[in-house]
Write a protein that binds this ligand. Structure first.
Ligand SMILES: O=C(O)C1=C[C@@H](OP(=O)(O)O)[C@@H](O)[C@H](O)C1
Ligand SMILES: C=C(OP(=O)(O)O)C(=O)O
Length: 428
């Protein structure tokens, strides 16, 4: 719980950086490696706390996993090779781990107990518990399975057709992972397209999946073949330096090998619309696309961010809010009520922390309204145990005057170990 002094009032940012591997793809590479047959190798795996929680849970399910920094080997024996865990499965701070793992465990005929930290204990689980019960899993937990700890006893599943009540890739993925073990077909209908890493990975591991508009269909009883997964850099991590370069003077930052899956590139669209000086060089188009992103100091203007765009930048909204404080005019963020159920209530934490630095920001039911042109003043701020809030505040420090300390900086380890070292290499 210690504090860290942040760099404030920096003159410029310059340089080139490869951000660590994508968190969503890293989680899935372990999960699919575990349910496939054979040895899956993973390159550029993210060794952040969340993905290490996924590794530790799958080891408890009897899967052999060897890891050395960002190189991982997973020895999979198929869904049926997973064993009853003798200990509780501790998901730490990771919503992706618990929700996707529940989908996998829904088809296994043993009992497992899942829990995580105090933030996970507040996050809603009914969204996955309800469809997985419909498929046939038996799930118990706090308040009828609303919250952790959860006990799941899987078994014979029957395919369902399920319309998602919210745009969530975690819920979609949990249902698809259960559907892969169910009798017949499982259909998921999305209200808005969300990140499709699970769908792409089913195909990478030799499985079949179909998409027709907003309907995604999988058949049960599929076999997956081990493969090599090379994880691109995480655009959600790159976002902090993209915003940093745009809001500081005399800056030019090149972020190399960043994932450019179109379901994740909302931040690029938003920055372009706000007038940012941003260039994208696409290097890889197949599988998970990737490339370089170059951002220079920019004159920015406020815009409205809403609708279908929201799931394409949901985790970037904290740093986009900071970007908006440095633009001319008003930025309105709408349709982002999902922010309330992340590691913290990100509408409140973003609004409170940025307002305390001098930003003009009003939280709303489903987003926030930001009047740009703010001069930020350093003070003691807190990550509130939320990695993305911690990194956003460290970037805010770059344009703040005076001294600034960040309370609980260690939360950043969840998705970006080495964040501060990377930041310091860019400061001129
Ligand atoms: O599927 C995933 O890997 C994720 C989906 C999103 O959550 P929701 O599905 O709850 O929107 C996102 O916020 C999270 O960081 C990772
Ligand atoms: C919401 C996030 O992750 P998770 O849901 O996996 O905890 C995030 O990384 O911003």
């Amino acid at each position: 719980m210690k504090s860290q002094r942040l760099q404030t009032n920096v003159k410029s940012l310059k340089g080139m950086l490869g951000v660590p591997g994508d968190k969503s793809i890293s989680h899935r590479s372990i999960m699919f490696g575990a349910i496939a047959h054979g040895e899956t190798t993973v390159g550029n795996f993210l060794p952040g706390a969340d993905c290490l929680s996924t590794i530790s849970c799958f080891r408890k399910l009897g899967v052999r996993i060897e890891e050395e920094d960002s190189a991982v080997r997973v020895v999979g024996k198929g869904f049926e090779g997973l064993e009853r865990p003798v200990e509780m499965l501790d998901v730490g701070n990771s919503g992706t781990t618990i929700r996707l793992m529940l989908g996998i465990l829904a088809g296994r005929e043993f009992e497992a107990v899942l829990a995580g930290d105090s933030s996970i204990a507040k996050r809603p689980m009914t969204r996955v518990v309800k469809p997985l019960r419909e498929l046939g899993a038996v799930i118990d937990g706090e308040n009828d399975g609303k919250f952790t700890p959860l006990t799941i006893k899987g078994g014979k599943l029957r395919g369902i057709s399920y319309e998602l009540p919210m745009a969530s890739a975690q819920v979609k993925s949990a249902i698809l992972l259960a559907g892969l073990q169910a009798e017949g077909e499982t259909v998921v209908i999305e209200p808005t397209k969300t990140r499709d890493h699970t769908e792409r990975m089913i195909a990478e591991f030799g499985g079949r999946i179909e998409r027709d508009g907003d309907r995604i269909t999988v058949k049960g009883n599929q076999m997956f073949r081990a493969t090599h997964i090379e994880v691109p850099g995480d655009i959600s991590s790159a976002a902090f330096f993209m915003v940093a370069a745009a809001i500081t003077k005399n800056s030019e930052v090149k972020l190399t090998n960043v994932g450019l899956n179109p379901t994740r590139t909302g931040i690029i669209d938003v920055m372009k619309q706000m007038g940012a000086d941003i260039e994208v060089e696409t290097l890889k188009k197949k599988g998970e696309p990737s490339g370089n992103i170059i951002v220079r100091s920019s004159n920015l203007k406020g815009i409205e961010i809403s609708g279908d765009l929201i799931p394409r930048l949901i985790d970037e909204i904290p740093v986009i809010a900071l970007l908006a404080t440095q633009a001319q005019g008003v930025t309105v963020i709408k349709d982002a009520q999902e922010l309330k159920v992340k590691e913290t209530n990100r509408i409140d934490t973003v609004a409170n922390e940025l307002a305390s630095l001098g930003a003009d920001i009003t939280p709303t039911e489903d987003g926030m309204i930001i009047n740009g042109g703010a001069k930020l003043t350093g003070r003691t701020v807190s990550s509130h145990g939320d990695h993305r809030i911690g990194m956003m505040l460290a970037i805010a420090g770059l344009v703040a005057q005076g001294e600034m300390d960040l309370h609980d900086p260690s939360a950043i380890e969840v998705s970006y170990p080495g964040f501060f070292e990377h930041l310091s290499t860019l400061i001129d």
